[in-house]
Design a protein around this ligand. Structure first.
Ligand code: XUL
Length: 529
């Protein structure tokens, strides 16, 4: 029997089917939104916007993407063997639908498409993703509103974050009270897709639901925070929005709870077994943590994330990491460094492609690695602050600040980017103290120099898993395998998570003496801004 994991990330959809008994990957596939749906004109999955703080995607494109994923899976002969399915999605992306959505999701006609049937139920045309920074004012208002009730960190586990749904909803509802009035359901992207899969209004799990600034901190009994709901509800009332905010959010449940069987639509149209169980969807970060075997994970995607399990949820004193729910009764800590591989992509364009329109291939990336230089650290490494977009960890305005070298020098810039990003990860990783080896995931895990630098700066072994770019859908598939065969998480991971032996990096003794001074230099550069 197969267990299917599907990820809806910022730029692409990735699918991974595991033979749930053996842990072998039976099928892996992926597509990018830009290429699959050119009509939406997205750039790396994001809709064009004149305001750089506004980062939205299209919920209609997500509907098309779900159909396309299953049509590809059916074409690959996978669907009929699927016994369990779970999705993960980029966190904090909210989807808005009217009261007719539940009925539409429960009665989807296989002769038509998801877009034709669920599209008309959507009440907001474009939806904010985690990169949106247009809601800073609302985050401040929420912080103030909860001060007297004990503070938002103590109530929800997180400081008020502009990218979290509470601030997104406050801004949207106050600007578009009509749309708010027509909205009956506010989903996270993961619970929206799960609802379509199961043909019901599915709950959000703690993994994604804790990334809303609206959750309570009771990891044993998932729920919303009364004071947070009251604060947002009160703010909305002041903007002329009718009561009923809490009802729009739906339910919140434990990680991996089964929410139902796959709906007739997917059974009839794509041949999925009607007995396939649908597990609650989650965020990409909890799924990645599980897909790496539940260790300490640094994920090198367009943004970088630094994740570790927390047995008792503990909000960050400095606000540098977020706390999300994880497997039943446990939490995880995560910091998001916004400017990740996106800066390497930009430097590739600037210094290697030199404005050529084509996408870089293997030869260009080899050249990029050559310009980045070898693993030996020197005391006078060039350093820079790599903020193409406003940065969240540490909170900084966008701008690339070079420590006294020319923006025209490819070698200096590319080297400085590698060393500086690794230093920044090390400096802002108070939540993953200890000596456990670090699993590096995400597309950037192919970058051997980044991995070596992380090994040196943390003084720990660093490794990747096989197919590290698909850790999140693997985590979802692993949840399904655990469900189907009644395994512990450890047993399921033992079957399916494979370390890539060729990927291991160990700290180089000659670099150890350079680390302290480089960290100090980088810290100074950061503090001078
Ligand atoms: C986590 C976050 C990002 C997105 C990326 O808080 O904002 O990691 O989940 O998809």
């Amino acid at each position: 029997m197969l267990s299917l994991g599907i990820e809806f990330s910022t730029q692409s959809v990735k699918m991974l089917a595991l033979d749930a008994a053996t842990g072998e990957v039976a099928h892996a596939g992926a597509f990018e939104y830009d290429a699959a749906f050119p009509g939406y004109c997205t750039l790396r999955g994001v809709l064009p916007s004149e305001d750089p703080e506004v980062r939205h995607t299209s919920p209609r494109m997500m509907l098309e993407a779900l159909d396309r994923a299953f049509s590809l899976l059916a074409g690959a002969g996978i669907t009929k063997h699927v016994g369990a399915v779970k999705v993960d999605a980029m966190q904090h992306c909210t989807v808005y639908a009217g009261p007719d959505f539940g009925r539409a999701a429960g009665a989807l006609d296989p002769r038509s498409t998801l877009l034709e049937q669920a599209g008309p139920c959507l009440t907001r045309d474009t939806i904010p993703i985690w990169e949106d920074r247009s809601t800073a004012a609302e985050a401040r208002i929420l912080t103030r509103a909860l001060e007297a009730a004990g503070g938002i960190e103590a109530l929800t586990g997180n400081r008020a974050e502009p990218r979290f749904p509470a601030a997104q909803i406050m801004k949207w509802a106050s600007e578009s009270p009509d749309e708010y009035a027509r909205t009956a359901h506010i989903f996270l992207l993961s619970s929206f897709i799960t609802s379509l899969l199961a043909g019901i209004i599915a709950p959000v799990d703690t993994g994604d639901g804790w990334g809303t600034n609206l959750n309570s901190m009771d990891i044993g009994g998932p729920g919303w925070s009364g004071p947070a709901l009251a604060a947002v509800g009160g703010y909305l009332a002041g903007k002329g929005c009718a009561a009923g905010f809490a009802a729009k959010l739906g339910a919140i449940t434990h990680y991996d709870e089964p929410v139902g069987m796959v709906s007739r639509y997917f059974a009839d149209k794509y041949g999925v077994s009607p007995n396939a169980v649908v597990l609650a969807g989650t965020g990409d970060n909890p799924a990645t943590l599980l897909g790496c075997g539940g260790a300490v994970v640094v994920s090198l995607g367009s943004s970088y994330t630094v994740n570790g399990v927390m047995d008792a949820p503990r909000p960050s004193a400095s606000g540098e990491y977020n706390v999300f729910g994880y497997t039943k009764g446990r939490a995880m800590a995560l910091s998001v460094i916004t400017n990740g591989t996106r800066v390497h992509d930009r430097f590739m364009q600037e210094y290697v492609m030199k404005g050529r329109a084509a996408s870089p291939g293997a030869a260009e990336w080899q050249e990029y690695a050559r310009l980045a230089g070898g693993p030996a650290l020197s005391a006078d490494e060039p350093l820079l602050l790599p903020y193409l977009l406003d940065e969240s960890v540490p909170p900084m305005r966008r701008g690339i600040v070079r420590e006294g070298f020319s923006p025209a020098d490819p070698r200096m810039n590319i080297r400085a980017l590698h060393v500086s990003q690794a230093l920044s990860i090390r400096l802002h990783a108070e939540h993953i103290r200890g000596s456990a080896p670090i699993c590096v995931a995400g597309g950037g895990s192919r970058n051997m120099l980044m991995k070596q630098l992380l090994a040196d700066l943390f003084g720990r072994e660093v490794y990747s898993i096989e197919d590290a770019a698909s850790a999140a859908p693997l985590g979802c598939a692993l949840s399904g395998a655990r469900y189907l065969y009644d395994l512990s998480y450890q047993e399921a991971a033992g079957r399916a998570v494979r370390r890539d032996a060729s990927s291991v990096c160990r700290p180089l003794p000659d670099n150890a003496g350079r680390v302290g001074a480089l960290l100090q230099r980088y810290k100074k550069l950061e503090s001078e801004q």
